[in-house]
Design a protein around this ligand. Sequence first.
Ligand code: SIN
Length: 519
Amino acid sequence: MTSLQTQRVVIVGAGLGALYAALKLAPRPVLVISPESLGAGASSAWAQGGVAAAMAATDSPESHALDTEYAGAGTVDPAIARLVTSEARRHILDLTDLGTPFDRDAAGGYVMSREAAHSMARVVRVKGDQAGHEIMQTLIAEVRCTPSIQVAEGVLASGLETENGVVTGVWLERAGAPSGRSLLRAPAVLLAGGGSGGLYAMTTNPPRIRGQVIGMAARAGARIADPEFVQFHPTAIASGEDPAPLATEALRGEGAVLINAAGERFMLPVHELAELAPRDIVARAVYLERQAGRAPALDTRAVLGEDVITRFPAVAEACKRAGIDPVSQPIPVAAAAHYHMGGIDTDAQGRASLGRLWVCGEASSTGLHGANRLASNGLLEALVFARICALGIGEALGAPAEATHVDLAFPEGAEAVDEAAVARMRQAMTDGVGVVRDAAGLTRALSVIAEVEAEATSEAMRNMTATATLIAAAALARRESRGGHYRSDYPKTDPDMAQRTHITLAEALAIRARALEDA
Ligand code: SIN
């Protein structure tokens, strides 16, 4: 074990929230911990839709906040919704100034897409479906030329060091090639390392996004909020690829329809907004069609024809890889784990329940998303809270101290993550903690997670099993259906349960132990 000390703020993660926070903290020295080279492996870079923001003259942050609350199914924090939606414009203008090539109309206005549960077209986009990639490229270019930012690529954070409830450092190891761990002590830590979608066998998230950051915070004692609320995207392309490529919701905003093998538009009888109903409702309908063997598919032919190729290049490319021609064929789709509404519980300043720990982006749970995130609010929340965290860290630490370059070194040793065990747990999550849940399936999943945990030989694996336990245990405890959490044994929404969940890992482990005892 080696131990180092730095005066740099340590930022765990390298997606949109991490890089934007690093820029907002400048010239305060920071160290960004990135398991891959910048731009690879982060969910933000894969985001197709864009950033939800009330940029149109006919729109308002208030209307955006109301849509956020409606989609969130009764547990959105209204103050956070107003805070985030009223900050949206500032960040779009900021990203524009940094050089993000947002799609513009002839008059210079932002071109906006419509996505599910938005009352109007409100999603600012780049080159059709390239928003995540293009925004990340803009930020990476800026980060690379900002002297206060040191980026440690190929490094993984696997634990938090605490003293009396205050975070004092981060445990780091080499990513990819296993190594021993080094402790880096730092004045403040910002976690911005993404969500948990990759804990599921069917997911749209990059392979590394498997709940490790939430798990490491929970293991250090941080309070977690709303872990049971996982969003399943209705139109992952069912091509057998892992992760499953996305067919962006903006396609449905353009008028693409969902059909089954009989050519029926199965969303029409389900919801008055049909394909543009809240995402959880569409995901459930797609899931049930697939379970019934009716091969749900997204049909872009009538509305987009050949334009799908040029206007949605990422979708076209994914179809090509799978041998699907979207110009002449419907695109087969399935519901896939896409976004974790739950995460590390944070207050309106982005602070976790442990001292000197801030969190932004999907790893956090701020109260914005409730039980079901409104489309394209994810990147927006990451931007807004990255800035809030940067301001809060600056205030807490006072004048920046001088910081030298951090030379990380890792001892040899440690075991690699057992990929077969990960695959077993991912399948158990999809089968038992997926789109439709019940007590028996959740208990079976908890049993597999406990077995995988008992055999775990790496911290990365223990972080994954911690998050998987939190998701499944909270889902077992919530005996109702709400937003992304649907229980076939409790199919109704219970108005008395319209509260957020706040839970520690110790409490989740106790739920797991009781369930396994009773089974
Ligand atoms: C999409 O483009 O459908 C995804 C957007 C999002 O998840 O917010």
